[in-house]
Design a protein. Structure first.
Lengths: 341, 341
DNA sequence: CTGTTAGCGCCTTCAG
DNA sequence: CTGAAGGCGCTAACAG
């Protein structure tokens, strides 16, 4: 009882060869009922569990996929990871998960580790990288089915699943414009992040299209920075009458900043945010958002990956799929001020 | 170029044996600088990556730990998973993650799969089970270092990390009592969940200790059920003047129910919730909560696991560690109504 | 229908 | 300091 049982232990106890045990466990055809019984009895008695590591090595299939996300405490990423995990479970695949903290080097190292573990495929929310600069362009990733989620890796042949960032941002901004706002400020994180860049662009296009002047504030992800930016904006002589926030983090930070000033949109200033969040409709008033289909995103990415994995390896060029977003109108944009009774 | 390079390919190209390659890659002492160079050159040329599966099989160490959580879209669980993952990264371990959806059978199957993959340790937030009934009590888990998080597995020898559920709940309830409330209702999920049972008990003790009559509503995790319960409570002749909600999901659902009725605590009714959440202080007024140290919980559990893994296997009885919670007073309990100016 | 042989890719052990 | 042999636990391919 010094160590865990091996297949040979089972075989010996059942009085058969390891091949017979293997066949019984893998439900391969053609083993006498009698022997099957003996094998099962021995398995039970020894609490035998097959060693999947050995099996994977032998079969050259790990039955694992890898997931790489920046953070797990961002609800958007967590939901993606959850739904990917659900699909993997359906396929009887294990999931190896890691977090990059948005650091390209960490991402590279962790993804490399997954490769060495022979994952059969990879879903990555790539960290920030200059175009053509991603460490994921290294040659060892060429032969691996990879789907990037939320952001592309420029210059790669990876499948890629995005949302309508630019279009959604335009939609949200135009909604504010349609309500008569002229001075609409944009608040987001660094444009080096693909999603931020696209959303910024959508905002600008909407503004320019309406003959208005865009004005963007770029924050770090620290709360304090957002607070400073909000204070400055609100103390302008010509202060904005509306804000467009580029993701759920920014939205929350900006709301904190406004709260500090005793301002609650749409009073004094209207607000629309990109990316829905759990309590957006519990705030008073509710926050109008451009909603991304997070759960569907994860599920779709996983399905794309399993499809790719089942193909006869001809990666040619990666597919690019863009999922639609939707405007969810709540109170913060001012649209519900006159309630129909 | 038909397949990925093996160590023997590197050896051949470098004109050495596989052992020399192995030694160079593992920085074992005693290889000529000249040969080292040759090996590195060959590695580079072939884009050679060692096969960790084979290494694990050979070394009987997978360098993997497993994490099992109910859901990843619950922020509490997601934060735990994130901090566990961070610690694992520090130790150069990979993380295999799965979700049980609170289903004991899924939990058992997924954890078993992890065992077969030879994870070296396991952190589990156990799904609901009657005492002594958990499938994790099966004999194959006896020899595996396991830390359970947030909830214990009764009758197991697993290490266990909890928070002061009962005490925290008592604290929150007593806070409401201290503000003069007599009719304080409890709203939580099924008492079959360990945390719920403990929090319910803490509430009851606080009530009985103050000579008050407890009144509990038990909801399912569906929003609709909570809405019904809230409506019923608020239509009572002797309706409660305060509510204690047992977790962040319940709190949010109850707030939705109250919002539907146009009620915003502490007006009409005061409210305290167990478990903090992202926007609790953005609501108007902010929600008073009993805060659990989610990030610390994950980190501590991971440290406990790595400690256990490094020990010379004498599991004796599992350790049980209980982390403190803290009351965060915001507006919803009514304590801030008279602001000192 | 069952068993034997061989090898997945790597590293420990022991020779040279 | 380097190499050859052997085996981690399993299964494909080929006997019998």
């Amino acid at each position: 009882m010094a160590r865990t049982a091996r297949m040979s232990d089972v075989a010996r106890l059942a009085g058969v060869s390891t091949m017979t045990v293997s066949r019984v466990l893998n439900r391969s055809a053609g083993v006498t009922a009698k022997l099957q019984q003996k094998v099962f009895a021995a398995v039970e008695q020894l609490h035998y569990q097959p060693n999947d590591l050995a099996r994977s090595l032998r079969e050259q299939r790990s039955h694992e996929i890898g997931i790489m996300v920046p953070y797990l405490f961002d609800p958007f990423f967590a939901i993606c990871a959850h739904s990917i995990s659900a699909v993997a479970k359906q396929h009887s695949y294990s999931v190896v998960l890691s977090t990059s903290d948005e650091d390209p080097k960490t991402e590279y190292e962790e993804v490399s580790r997954m490769l060495r573990r022979n994952v059969e495929g990879l879903i990555v929310i790539p960290s920030h990288a200059q175009a053509g600069d991603s460490l994921l362009l290294a040659p060892q990733f060429d032969r691996m089915p990879i789907v990037t989620l939320d952001r592309p890796v420029e210059g790669s042949g990876f499948d890629c699943l995005l949302v309508e960032n630019e279009q959604g941002s335009k939609l949200g901004t135009e909604h504010l414009i349609s309500m008569g706002h002229k001075r609409i400020a944009y608040i987001g994180l660094s444009d080096e992040l693909y999603t931020m860049c696209m959303r910024h662009r959508g905002y600008e296009n909407a503004m320019l299209g309406a003959g208005l002047r865009p004005a963007a504030s770029i924050c770090t992800s620290a709360l304090e920075d957002a607070l400073v930016k909000v204070r400055r904006l609100m103390s302008l002589k010509q202060r904005p009458t509306a804000l467009f926030c580029a993701n759920n983090l920014t939205t929350r930070h900006v709301l904190h900043g406004l709260q500090e000033l005793g301002i609650y949109p749409p009073e004094t200033i209207a607000l629309v945010g990109f990316d829905d969040f759990e309590t957006a409709d519990l705030l008073r008033p509710g926050i109008t958002v451009v909603r991304q289909p997070s759960e569907l995103l994860g599920r779709t990415a996983a399905n794309m990956l399993f499809k790719r994995m089942s193909e006869s390896r001809k990666p040619t060029a990666g597919k690019r799929i863009v999922l639609p977003v939707e405007l969810v109108v709540r109170g913060s944009c001012g649209a519900l001020r006159r309630k129909p009774s």
